[in-house]
Ligand binder design. Structure first.
Ligand SMILES: [Zn+2]
Length: 399
């Protein structure tokens, strides 16, 4: 991992796209009696590779980093065999498109078309319905082919995630606070009122919190992601641990069926969830890795669960203290839920040695919360309250 130590700065490092990055011009669906066609219009030809994943059935297409700013139109809600579309940066250098399919479906054709007939470059994917057994066989074969290709292709080796460590005056002795902007890239997180994406609000809130903590002169900060990129839950924890973070705060914003429900809450890790909703939320947040599709170039993908052992008890107690401080300070600034500090098995809170809390800043399904979270002034209010909570935490726990 590359760690940039920057003194006295709140600059966020964002890598610029190369001049040759392909641009998506649009996307279309064609529904025919015996197949469904998905087309991406591009300003140049792109390399691609794909594989299939079951449970739920998905077609995953990876390509080099591209710009997809063009609105996807109706394609996101699906049609024919396709029930949904997600896309975004999966990791540096790899852009991922995920087609959800309502039933087992095979890629009968996938090819690039050069410009012609007034149309630009196109990536064309044809899907045909099949049975589960045939899908599973095709899935295994496609994953083997994908892995073999990744091994042979040096450009496919995982690049280190650039992490910006920002430092205030005085340097190393200051506590390092890891700020984790939930979701990102191919995983949008919750999609709220006005089509606002959780991944964008968590990044904006993380940047504000980083700025506020740095400006206090009392903390160094680390952003697990500083751009719109997907990170596995385990990667987020690893980034914080490798940098030696003293606290880990993961930022999220939930969405539920009831549009009236609003307010923030703070969660910490526990084997036993405090209530049903907390358990449901944890399983939803833990699905981030499923939503993005697995990383076949990473052999540790299947070995991701960390057991909670006795050594983690102390960390869990400190996490509870941090959460209690956050609740008491946030209560002075923003609307909180009635049951404010809750527990559940969040994968992103499983660093055995870093006190961690997950902060659901509000409900994107609620118009008021969604509007507030898009306001820089509101995010500043949140950041100020979290700074006070961290100050109290370190007053009580002088390490
Ligand atoms: Zn979330």
């Amino acid at each position: 991992m590359v760690v940039f130590a920057l003194l006295c700065t709140s600059q966020i490092i964002v890598s610029g796209a190369s001049a040759q990055t392909a641009k998506v011009l649009g996307a279309r669906l064609g529904v025919y009696p015996d197949y469904t066609r998905f087309v991406i219009d591009l300003d140049q030809e792109v390399d691609f590779t794909y594989f299939l994943l079951p449970d739920p059935y998905r077609i995953i297409i990876d390509m080099p980093e591209i710009d997809w700013n063009a609105p996807p139109g109706k394609v996101t809600s699906g049609g024919g065999l396709i029930s949904g579309l997600r896309y975004g940066l999966f990791k540096p250098g790899t852009f991922r498109v995920v087609l959800d399919v309502a039933q087992p479906s095979l890629v009968s054709k996938i090819f690039s078309l050069p410009p012609g007939g007034g149309k630009p470059n196109r990536l064309v994917v044809d899907l045909k319905p099949t049975q589960r057994d045939a899908f599973l066989t095709a899935s295994r074969q496609s994953m083997e082919a994908y892995s073999a290709r990744s091994r042979n292709d040096t450009s496919a080796t995982e690049q280190s995630v650039d992490v910006a460590v920002q430092s205030g005056r005085g340097g190393e002795e200051k506590p390092l606070i890891a700020i984790d902007a939930g979701h990102g890239g191919v995983d949008p997180g919750a999609i709220g009122v006005g089509n606002v994406y959780e991944k964008d609000l968590t990044l904006a809130a993380a940047r504000q919190l980083a700025e506020t903590l740095t400006a206090s002169g009392r903390y160094r900060v680390l952003l697990t992601r500083d751009k719109d990129v997907f990170l596995k839950l385990r990667q987020r924890v690893d980034i914080a641990r490798k940098a030696g973070a003293d606290l880990f705060i993961s930022l999220h914003a939930d969405s539920i069926g009831n549009p009236k429900h609003r307010g923030a809450s703070v969660y910490t890790l526990s084997e036993n969830a405090s209530d049903k909703e907390a358990a449901a939320l944890a399983s939803k947040e833990n699905k981030a890795d499923v939503i993005a599709g697995i990383d076949l170039s990473d052999e540790n993908t299947l070995v991701q669960s960390i057991l909670i052992d006795l050594a983690q008890r102390e960390t869990m107690n400190l996490s509870a203290t941090l959460a209690a401080n956050m609740v008491s300070q946030l209560a002075q600034s923003i609307e909180l839920q009635r049951r404010t500090h809750r527990f559940a098995g969040f994968a992103v809170l499983k660093a055995p040695d870093i006190p961690s809390a997950l902060f659901e800043m509000g409900y994107l399904s609620n118009a008021t919360d969604a509007k507030l979270l898009q306001s820089p002034a509101h995010r500043k209010k949140i950041a100020d309250a979290v700074l006070r909570a961290i100050d109290i935490y370190f007053e009580k726990h002088k390490f």
